[in-house]
Each structure stands twice: as structure tokens, then as C-alpha cells.
Design a protein around this ligand. Structure first.
Ligand code: UD1
Ligand code: MG
Length: 418
């Protein structure tokens, strides 16, 4: 009996201990929450980027090309919606950051290891905010598109289903940390809604310098085209995700590519007289303007030094959106030109991705907390190669260099191929 009483009393004290522990963790958490305050968004840098892009874009749109009234109105309404989306994203990121931290979704900034900043919990997966606001904008916009026939709605909604599926799988990956080789395949599932609904043409335009070798200007791929579309989705998503790990790089590269796509679309609309061709490029604008606006808001928090991380939710969402517009806009070859640095990074990564050379969890440069500089390692990435060729650099300078490289490389190749 005495023994039993002892057991009961030790059980009671255990429960009491647990309760006190629970209470103290709760109060520690709420203290952390109270203390948690996101650094203000870096808006001056964002408005500078916006101005650099908006000036040539507006010139082409309003002055250089005569774009018909109806199309112009739809594009402008979409731009206004996107602008509103920018502010909503800006407002929602700090709110969502508190929630993701509460659920232990955070990462440590690896390129600051050994400094005070390296021990701060940085909220992870904020791509979920961008993805949701993007979807709301894209769905609302259907109400304002004034195209006479509604056939486009089928493909437009299939595209949104693919993007939505990708956001879900990206978020699942952030939460569950899916093994690397399984992760590579997620976009092929997400692309299915679009592949099944796609009824457009199945030809690709051969770039001019390659015509003498292929012997054709246009190549009809038949059913292989759908396979090609699926592979494009897998490539675009993963190639953005593996060109990463430096503050601002994931979102920065998306913004550069989105700007390039928009300028390409306006030029194609302006130069063409074929209404179907114009519509295809207009649809691409309808999806890329909201992508650009919401990504700019995310960059204001993710630019060096990052106060939030974007997560695979964002890299997969952004890659899938760009793949989808390349497919529906029928300019996937040009899209690959804009992805030139990602293609290079992918080729450099092949030995490690294929398992021929060991692939660690993070293939990042080495950080020296004394000097604050990064040194390239032997892991096969464009980030490491740049550091090996150019010498040690700060994280911010490296990101600016890689983004400038993205601009110059895609511009040069595009001019060369035209
Ligand atoms: C991919 C890369 C991996 C790279 C990682 C960085 C491959 C095969 N995988 O993996 O090499 O290290 O992206 O995103 O190439 N982080 C930073 N600073 C940043 C961004 C991220 O330190 O500016 C760290 C944080 O700890 C963050 C984590 O990277 O929590 C996110 O990594 P995750 O996106 O899960 O890596 P993967 O996409 O699997
Ligand atoms: Mg990632």
C-alpha cells in the first residue's frame, strides 16, 4: 500500500513537473513571440529595381508599340491588381513570420555562422504568402479579362491548378524535409493538370543559328511535346531551387527572369499582327506581373541581410509559374535563354546530382566570421565557381554579381539569337 502511495505520489510530482515545464516553455515561447519583430522591409532597393524595369517597360508599352485598346486595358488592370498585391504581401509577411516561427519553421543563416546573426532563428517558407496572394490575384483577374471567347479559361485554370499543386508540394517539402532525389520529381506531379488540359500546338521554333543543322525552321514534336513540357517544369523549378543559399538570390533571379519575360512579351505583342499569338503573350503577362509584384515584396525582406527565408515553397512556385507561362505563351525556347545561368549551374551540379560525386545537404561556400567574406568550395555550383574565379567576396557583393550576370547573360544570348 505504502509502495503504491509512493508510486502515486511520484506520478503526481511527475505530472506537476511536466505542467511546470509546459508552463515555462509556453511563457518562453510567448516571450520570444513578444520579442520577435521583423526588420523593416528594404524598400529603397526595391523601388530602385522597380524603376530600372518600369521605365523601359512603360516606354515599350505606351509609346513604342501601338497595342490595341482592349488588350491594353486588360494588361493595365492586371498591373493595378499586381500593385495592390505588392502591398498586401508586404503587410502579410511579418504576420505570417510570427505564425511560422510558432510552428518551428525557421532556418539558421549558414553564411553568417560564427557571428551573432548566425544564431538568430530566421522564419522559413515565406513563399507561402507570395503563392497564396498570387493565386488570389490570378483568380480575381479572370473577371477583368475582356477576351471575346472563353476557351482560354480552360488552359488558364489548368495552369493555376498546376501552380497551386506546386505550392502545396513545396510547402509539404518545407515542413517534412523530403529526401533530395524524391524532391526532384515533385514538379512532374504538379505539372499534370496543365499537361492533361493542354490542347495547343506541339511544335517548337528552332533558334536561327541551329536551322542549317536541323534543316527545319519549325519542328513538330507530337506527343513528345507533352513530355518536353513536363521536363521543362521539372527543370525550371529545380534549377531555381539549386541556384540558392545566398541572401536574395532565389527571389532576385526570379525577378530578373520575370522582367525579361515581360519585356519579351510586350515586344512580341507589339511586333505581331496575329491575334492568337498576341493573346498567348498577353496570358503570360497576366501571370508574370503578379509574380513580379509579389516577389518584389518578398525581396524587400529577403535581401541581404535576410530577415525571412523563402523556402522551397517559393522556389518551386516561381519555377512552375515561369514554366507554365513559357508553355502557354509558346516561347519555351526563349525562356530557356533567360534561364542561361541556371542551365550552367545545373551542368556544374550534374556530377553531384547524379550521385557520381558525393552531394552534401548544403553546397554552400565557406564563411569566415573574422573577415565576413565567403570562399568558394569544391561543390559544383555557380556560386562556388564565381568565388573561385573572382576571389573572396562578401555575400551581398556575390549576390549582386550573380544577378548582374543573369541580366547580361540572357541579354547577350537573346541578341545573338535574333
Ligand atoms: C538547395 C541546394 C543546397 C543549398 C540550399 C540553400 C542542391 C542540391 N541543393 O537545397 O546545396 O545549400 O538549396 O538554399 O544544390 N539558407 C541560408 N541562406 C540563404 C538561403 C538559405 O543559409 O540565403 C539556408 C538556411 O539554413 C535555410 C536553408 O538554407 O533554412 C534552406 O535550404 P533548402 O531550401 O531546404 O535547401 P534545398 O532546396 O534542399
Ligand atoms: Mg531550397
Amino acid at each position: 500500500m505504502g509502495a503504491r502511495r509512493r508510486v502515486v505520489s511520484s506520478e503526481t510530482s511527475d505530472t506537476q513537473n511536466l505542467k511546470t515545464e509546459e508552463k515555462s516553455t509556453k511563457s518562453a515561447n510567448s516571450r520570444e513571440e513578444e520579442e520577435f519583430k521583423l526588420a523593416p522591409p528594404k524598400l529603397s532597393q526595391i523601388f530602385a529595381i522597380l524603376a530600372i524595369f518600369a521605365i523601359p517597360y512603360s516606354y515599350l508599352f505606351f509609346v513604342h508599340y501601338k497595342i490595341e485598346e482592349e488588350l491594353r486595358r486588360s494588361i493595365l488592370i492586371n498591373a493595378v491588381l499586381s500593385f495592390a498585391g505588392f502591398f498586401v504581401t508586404l503587410f502579410m509577411i511579418p504576420v505570417a513570420s510570427r505564425y511560422v516561427l510558432r510552428r518551428n519553421l525557421f532556418g539558421y543563416d549558414i553564411n553568417k555562422k560564427g557571428t551573432a546573426q548566425g544564431s538568430i532563428k530566421v522564419p522559413e517558407s515565406l513563399g507561402i504568402v507570395v503563392g497564396i496572394i498570387f493565386l488570389v490575384l490570378a483568380i480575381l483577374f479572370q473577371y477583368f479579362n475582356f477576351t471575346a471567347d472563353s476557351n482560354w479559361l480552360v488552359e488558364y485554370n489548368a495552369a493555376l491548378a498546376s501552380i497551386c499543386f506546386m505550392i502545396l508540394l513545396g510547402f509539404v517539402d518545407d515542413v517534412l524535409d523530403i529526401p533530395w532525389r524524391v524532391k526532384l520529381l515533385l514538379p512532374s506531379f504538379a505539372a499534370l493538370p496543365l499537361l492533361m488540359a493542354y490542347a495547343g500546338h506541339t511544335t517548337i521554333v528552332i533558334p536561327k543559328p541551329l536551322i542549317p543543322y536541323v534543316g527545319l525552321e519549325v519542328l513538330d514534336l507530337g506527343w513528345i511535346y507533352k513530355l518536353y513540357m513536363g521536363m521543362l517544369a521539372v527543370f525550371c523549378t529545380n534549377s531555381i531551387n539549386i541556384h540558392a543559399g545566398i541572401n536574395g538570390l532565389e527571389v532576385g533571379q526570379t525577378i530578373v527572369i520575370a522582367c525579361a519575360i515581360l519585356i519579351h512579351n510586350v515586344m512580341q505583342i507589339g511586333a505581331s499582327t496575329d491575334p492568337e499569338y498576341k493573346q498567348a503573350h498577353a496570358f503570360s503577362i497576366y501571370l508574370v506581373q503578379p509574380l513580379l509584384a509579389t516577389s518584389l515584396a518578398l525581396l524587400s525582406y529577403n535581401w541581404y541581410p535576410s530577415s525571412v527565408f523563402v523556402g522551397d515553397t517559393y522556389t518551386y512556385f516561381a519555377g512552375m509559374t515561369m514554366a507554365v507561362v513559357g508553355i502557354l505563351g509558346h516561347f519555351s525556347e526563349t525562356l530557356l535563354i533567360f534561364f542561361a545561368p541556371q542551365v550552367l549551374n545545373f551542368l556544374l551540379s550534374l556530377p553531384q546530382l547524379s550521385g557520381y560525386v558525393h552531394c552534401p545537404r548544403h553546397r554552400l561556400p565557406r564563411f569566415n566570421p573574422q573577415t565576413g567574406l565567403l570562399t568558394g568550395t569544391n561543390d559544383g555550383t555557380l556560386v562556388n565557381l564565381s568565388l573561385r574565379v573572382l576571389g573572396r567576396m562578401s555575400e551581398k557583393s556575390l549576390c549582386i554579381f550573380l544577378l548582374a550576370f543573369q541580366v547580361i547573360k540572357s541579354l547577350l544570348i537573346k541578341l545573338h539569337l535574333q
